[in-house]
Design a protein around this ligand. Structure first.
Ligand code: PDD
Length: 294
Protein backbone atom coordinates (compact mmCIF):
# COMPACT_ATOMS: atom_id res chain seq x y z
CA UNK A 1 0.00 0.00 0.00
CA UNK A 2 1.55 3.30 -1.12
CA UNK A 3 2.06 5.81 1.64
CA UNK A 4 0.41 9.18 1.21
CA UNK A 5 2.44 12.37 1.68
CA UNK A 6 1.50 16.05 1.43
CA UNK A 7 3.58 18.31 -0.82
CA UNK A 8 2.73 21.95 -1.47
CA UNK A 9 -0.93 21.45 -0.73
CA UNK A 10 -1.37 18.24 -2.72
CA UNK A 11 -1.74 14.70 -1.35
CA UNK A 12 0.52 12.38 -3.34
CA UNK A 13 1.90 8.86 -3.15
CA UNK A 14 5.01 9.31 -0.98
CA UNK A 15 7.35 7.64 -3.44
CA UNK A 16 6.10 9.88 -6.25
CA UNK A 17 6.62 13.16 -4.36
CA UNK A 18 9.26 15.27 -6.14
CA UNK A 19 11.07 18.48 -5.27
CA UNK A 20 13.78 20.43 -7.09
CA UNK A 21 17.46 19.76 -6.28
CA UNK A 22 17.69 23.57 -6.13
CA UNK A 23 15.45 23.57 -3.08
CA UNK A 24 17.18 25.62 -0.39
CA UNK A 25 16.58 22.83 2.11
CA UNK A 26 18.83 20.61 -0.05
CA UNK A 27 21.48 23.27 -0.76
CA UNK A 28 21.60 25.17 2.55
CA UNK A 29 19.40 23.32 5.08
CA UNK A 30 17.37 26.54 4.81
CA UNK A 31 14.34 24.90 6.37
CA UNK A 32 12.62 24.17 9.67
CA UNK A 33 10.51 21.24 10.79
CA UNK A 34 8.20 19.74 13.37
CA UNK A 35 7.57 16.17 14.48
CA UNK A 36 4.17 15.65 16.10
CA UNK A 37 3.24 12.49 17.97
CA UNK A 38 0.00 10.73 17.07
CA UNK A 39 -1.94 8.81 19.70
CA UNK A 40 -5.47 7.35 19.41
CA UNK A 41 -5.41 8.67 15.84
CA UNK A 42 -5.02 12.27 17.07
CA UNK A 43 -2.07 14.63 16.80
CA UNK A 44 -0.67 15.43 20.25
CA UNK A 45 -0.32 19.15 21.09
CA UNK A 46 -0.98 20.28 17.50
CA UNK A 47 -1.43 23.95 18.43
CA UNK A 48 1.87 24.11 20.29
CA UNK A 49 3.67 22.52 17.35
CA UNK A 50 2.12 25.12 15.05
CA UNK A 51 3.19 27.90 17.45
CA UNK A 52 6.75 26.61 17.48
CA UNK A 53 6.79 26.20 13.69
CA UNK A 54 5.78 29.85 13.29
CA UNK A 55 8.38 30.90 15.82
CA UNK A 56 11.13 28.97 13.97
CA UNK A 57 10.01 30.48 10.65
CA UNK A 58 9.91 33.98 12.06
CA UNK A 59 13.40 33.56 13.60
CA UNK A 60 14.76 32.73 10.12
CA UNK A 61 13.05 35.74 8.57
CA UNK A 62 9.66 34.55 7.34
CA UNK A 63 6.97 37.19 7.65
CA UNK A 64 4.08 35.03 6.43
CA UNK A 65 3.34 31.47 7.44
CA UNK A 66 1.55 28.52 5.86
CA UNK A 67 -2.09 28.52 7.02
CA UNK A 68 -2.44 26.80 10.40
CA UNK A 69 -5.87 25.38 9.55
CA UNK A 70 -4.54 23.77 6.37
CA UNK A 71 -1.56 22.26 8.16
CA UNK A 72 -3.73 20.87 10.94
CA UNK A 73 -6.21 19.47 8.38
CA UNK A 74 -3.31 17.86 6.48
CA UNK A 75 -2.14 16.20 9.71
CA UNK A 76 -5.59 14.69 10.21
CA UNK A 77 -5.81 13.49 6.62
CA UNK A 78 -2.30 11.98 6.72
CA UNK A 79 -3.27 10.18 9.92
CA UNK A 80 -6.41 8.80 8.27
CA UNK A 81 -4.90 7.88 4.89
CA UNK A 82 -1.88 6.20 6.44
CA UNK A 83 -3.82 4.41 9.18
CA UNK A 84 -1.84 5.98 12.02
CA UNK A 85 -3.36 5.06 15.38
CA UNK A 86 -0.01 5.62 17.09
CA UNK A 87 3.00 7.16 15.35
CA UNK A 88 4.11 10.56 14.13
CA UNK A 89 3.73 13.22 11.46
CA UNK A 90 6.83 14.98 10.10
CA UNK A 91 6.33 18.47 8.66
CA UNK A 92 9.01 20.54 6.94
CA UNK A 93 8.91 24.07 5.55
CA UNK A 94 11.85 25.16 3.41
CA UNK A 95 12.48 28.49 1.73
CA UNK A 96 11.93 26.79 -1.63
CA UNK A 97 13.72 26.50 -4.97
CA UNK A 98 14.97 29.43 -7.04
CA UNK A 99 17.00 27.66 -9.76
CA UNK A 100 20.41 28.71 -8.45
CA UNK A 101 22.57 28.98 -5.36
CA UNK A 102 22.38 32.44 -3.88
CA UNK A 103 22.95 32.75 -0.12
CA UNK A 104 20.71 35.70 0.78
CA UNK A 105 17.12 34.73 1.48
CA UNK A 106 15.00 35.56 -1.60
CA UNK A 107 11.98 37.78 -1.20
CA UNK A 108 9.19 36.86 -1.42
CA UNK A 109 9.59 33.36 -0.02
CA UNK A 110 8.04 30.55 -2.07
CA UNK A 111 8.19 27.84 0.58
CA UNK A 112 8.19 24.13 -0.06
CA UNK A 113 5.83 22.54 2.47
CA UNK A 114 6.13 18.79 2.92
CA UNK A 115 4.62 16.34 5.38
CA UNK A 116 4.48 12.60 5.79
CA UNK A 117 3.50 10.24 8.57
CA UNK A 118 4.25 6.79 9.85
CA UNK A 119 2.52 4.38 12.18
CA UNK A 120 4.93 3.43 14.97
CA UNK A 121 4.47 2.22 18.53
CA UNK A 122 5.55 5.00 20.90
CA UNK A 123 4.50 3.78 24.35
CA UNK A 124 4.92 0.00 24.50
CA UNK A 125 8.50 -0.16 23.20
CA UNK A 126 11.62 -1.71 24.76
CA UNK A 127 13.29 1.70 25.21
CA UNK A 128 10.36 3.02 27.27
CA UNK A 129 10.08 -0.22 29.23
CA UNK A 130 13.75 -0.90 29.95
CA UNK A 131 15.48 2.43 29.40
CA UNK A 132 18.38 3.36 27.14
CA UNK A 133 22.11 3.98 27.47
CA UNK A 134 23.59 7.28 26.31
CA UNK A 135 27.09 8.48 25.47
CA UNK A 136 28.32 12.00 26.19
CA UNK A 137 29.12 13.96 23.00
CA UNK A 138 30.58 17.46 22.57
CA UNK A 139 27.83 19.90 21.65
CA UNK A 140 29.23 20.89 18.27
CA UNK A 141 25.93 22.44 17.09
CA UNK A 142 25.36 26.09 16.23
CA UNK A 143 24.31 28.80 18.69
CA UNK A 144 20.59 28.78 17.78
CA UNK A 145 19.42 25.35 18.88
CA UNK A 146 16.10 26.97 19.85
CA UNK A 147 15.25 27.04 16.12
CA UNK A 148 14.05 23.64 14.90
CA UNK A 149 16.30 23.68 11.83
CA UNK A 150 16.81 20.76 9.46
CA UNK A 151 20.57 21.39 9.77
CA UNK A 152 21.03 18.23 11.81
CA UNK A 153 24.65 17.17 11.24
CA UNK A 154 25.42 17.50 14.97
CA UNK A 155 22.72 15.01 16.00
CA UNK A 156 23.59 12.75 13.04
CA UNK A 157 27.23 12.54 14.17
CA UNK A 158 26.25 12.15 17.83
CA UNK A 159 23.73 9.38 17.21
CA UNK A 160 26.10 7.59 14.84
CA UNK A 161 28.82 7.68 17.50
CA UNK A 162 26.33 6.31 20.03
CA UNK A 163 25.37 3.48 17.71
CA UNK A 164 29.02 2.66 17.01
CA UNK A 165 29.59 2.50 20.77
CA UNK A 166 26.65 0.09 21.12
CA UNK A 167 24.45 2.67 22.94
CA UNK A 168 21.07 4.08 22.00
CA UNK A 169 21.52 7.85 22.20
CA UNK A 170 23.81 10.79 23.01
CA UNK A 171 23.63 13.68 25.45
CA UNK A 172 25.34 16.89 24.34
CA UNK A 173 27.91 18.50 26.65
CA UNK A 174 28.67 22.21 26.19
CA UNK A 175 32.04 23.96 26.59
CA UNK A 176 31.47 24.37 30.34
CA UNK A 177 30.91 20.64 30.90
CA UNK A 178 27.16 21.16 31.23
CA UNK A 179 24.52 19.01 29.53
CA UNK A 180 22.46 20.95 27.00
CA UNK A 181 20.04 18.26 25.81
CA UNK A 182 19.89 14.87 24.10
CA UNK A 183 20.60 14.56 20.37
CA UNK A 184 16.89 14.79 19.53
CA UNK A 185 15.17 15.14 22.89
CA UNK A 186 15.29 17.17 26.10
CA UNK A 187 17.36 15.74 28.96
CA UNK A 188 16.25 15.40 32.59
CA UNK A 189 17.80 14.04 35.78
CA UNK A 190 16.65 13.23 39.31
CA UNK A 191 19.43 14.22 41.70
CA UNK A 192 20.57 12.41 44.83
CA UNK A 193 18.67 15.10 46.77
CA UNK A 194 15.50 14.13 44.92
CA UNK A 195 15.27 17.24 42.71
CA UNK A 196 13.80 16.81 39.24
CA UNK A 197 16.05 18.93 37.01
CA UNK A 198 16.07 20.01 33.37
CA UNK A 199 18.01 22.82 31.75
CA UNK A 200 16.30 26.22 31.49
CA UNK A 201 15.17 27.40 28.06
CA UNK A 202 17.68 29.46 26.07
CA UNK A 203 19.21 29.51 22.59
CA UNK A 204 21.20 26.41 23.64
CA UNK A 205 18.25 23.98 23.55
CA UNK A 206 15.02 23.32 21.71
CA UNK A 207 11.93 24.35 23.69
CA UNK A 208 10.40 20.87 23.63
CA UNK A 209 6.65 20.52 23.36
CA UNK A 210 6.81 17.33 25.44
CA UNK A 211 8.92 19.20 28.02
CA UNK A 212 6.25 21.91 28.14
CA UNK A 213 3.44 19.35 28.51
CA UNK A 214 5.27 17.70 31.42
CA UNK A 215 5.62 21.08 33.15
CA UNK A 216 1.83 21.51 32.83
CA UNK A 217 1.05 17.97 33.97
CA UNK A 218 3.35 18.04 36.99
CA UNK A 219 2.07 21.48 38.01
CA UNK A 220 -1.47 20.04 38.10
CA UNK A 221 -0.19 17.44 40.54
CA UNK A 222 1.77 19.90 42.64
CA UNK A 223 5.11 18.37 41.64
CA UNK A 224 8.14 20.61 41.35
CA UNK A 225 10.65 20.91 38.50
CA UNK A 226 13.95 22.74 38.96
CA UNK A 227 15.09 24.51 35.77
CA UNK A 228 18.85 24.79 35.88
CA UNK A 229 21.98 23.60 34.14
CA UNK A 230 23.65 20.43 35.38
CA UNK A 231 27.04 18.99 34.56
CA UNK A 232 27.88 15.66 32.97
CA UNK A 233 29.43 14.71 36.34
CA UNK A 234 26.22 15.49 38.21
CA UNK A 235 24.24 13.52 35.61
CA UNK A 236 26.49 10.50 36.06
CA UNK A 237 25.86 10.63 39.81
CA UNK A 238 22.11 11.18 39.48
CA UNK A 239 19.67 8.51 40.60
CA UNK A 240 17.40 8.66 37.55
CA UNK A 241 17.40 10.29 34.14
CA UNK A 242 15.15 10.41 31.10
CA UNK A 243 14.61 11.93 27.66
CA UNK A 244 11.46 13.64 26.42
CA UNK A 245 10.37 14.21 22.82
CA UNK A 246 7.46 13.67 20.46
CA UNK A 247 8.79 10.23 19.53
CA UNK A 248 10.63 9.24 22.74
CA UNK A 249 7.72 10.54 24.87
CA UNK A 250 9.30 9.79 28.27
CA UNK A 251 12.24 7.41 27.79
CA UNK A 252 14.25 6.34 30.86
CA UNK A 253 18.03 6.71 30.64
CA UNK A 254 19.80 4.06 32.71
CA UNK A 255 23.43 4.66 31.74
CA UNK A 256 25.27 7.93 31.02
CA UNK A 257 28.80 7.94 29.63
CA UNK A 258 29.53 4.54 31.19
CA UNK A 259 27.98 5.30 34.60
CA UNK A 260 25.05 3.05 35.53
CA UNK A 261 22.19 4.84 37.29
CA UNK A 262 20.23 3.17 40.10
CA UNK A 263 20.99 -0.44 39.23
CA UNK A 264 20.42 0.10 35.52
CA UNK A 265 16.62 0.11 35.79
CA UNK A 266 14.05 2.87 35.27
CA UNK A 267 13.33 4.49 38.64
CA UNK A 268 10.11 5.46 40.41
CA UNK A 269 10.12 9.17 39.48
CA UNK A 270 10.57 8.37 35.78
CA UNK A 271 7.82 5.75 36.00
CA UNK A 272 5.41 8.20 37.59
CA UNK A 273 6.14 10.81 34.91
CA UNK A 274 5.59 8.17 32.22
CA UNK A 275 2.22 7.31 33.76
CA UNK A 276 1.17 10.96 34.03
CA UNK A 277 2.26 11.81 30.50
CA UNK A 278 0.73 8.70 28.89
CA UNK A 279 -2.51 9.50 30.69
CA UNK A 280 -2.32 13.12 29.54
CA UNK A 281 -2.17 12.05 25.88
CA UNK A 282 -5.16 9.76 26.32
CA UNK A 283 -3.62 6.37 27.06
CA UNK A 284 -5.05 3.82 29.45
CA UNK A 285 -1.82 3.03 31.28
CA UNK A 286 -3.01 -0.32 32.68
CA UNK A 287 -3.49 -1.53 29.09
CA UNK A 288 -0.95 0.45 27.08
CA UNK A 289 1.95 0.30 29.54
CA UNK A 290 1.31 -2.12 32.42
CA UNK A 291 5.07 -2.14 33.10
CA UNK A 292 4.88 1.57 34.02
CA UNK A 293 2.79 0.60 37.05
CA UNK A 294 5.45 -1.65 38.52
N1 PDD B 1 13.24 16.08 18.03
N2 PDD B 1 15.68 18.73 21.58
C1 PDD B 1 16.03 18.41 20.33
C2 PDD B 1 17.40 18.73 19.86
C3 PDD B 1 15.09 17.80 19.47
O1 PDD B 1 15.44 17.50 18.21
C4 PDD B 1 13.80 17.49 19.97
C5 PDD B 1 12.75 16.83 19.10
C6 PDD B 1 13.50 17.82 21.30
C7 PDD B 1 12.16 17.53 21.92
O2 PDD B 1 11.14 18.36 21.41
P1 PDD B 1 9.63 17.86 21.34
O3 PDD B 1 9.27 17.44 22.71
O4 PDD B 1 8.90 19.04 20.88
O5 PDD B 1 9.60 16.69 20.37
C8 PDD B 1 14.45 18.45 22.07
C9 PDD B 1 12.34 15.50 17.07
C10 PDD B 1 11.40 14.51 17.67
C11 PDD B 1 13.16 14.92 15.94
O6 PDD B 1 14.07 15.61 15.50
O7 PDD B 1 12.88 13.82 15.48
Amino acid sequence: LARTAWLNGVFVAADEARISPFDRAFLFADAVYEVTAVYNGQPVDMERHLDRLERSLSEIGFTTFPARKEIAAAHHRLIAENGIGEGFIYLQVSRGAYGGRDFPAPDPARPTVFAFGEPKPLIDVPSARNGIKVIAFDDIRWARCDIKSTGLLGPVLAKTAAKTAGKEDAWFVDGDGLITEAASANAWIVTQQGELVTRALSNAILPGITRHAIFDTLAQHGLKIVERSFSLEEAKQSVEAFNTSAVALVTPVVEIDGATLAGGKPGPVTRSIQRLYYTAIGADVAKAAPWANE
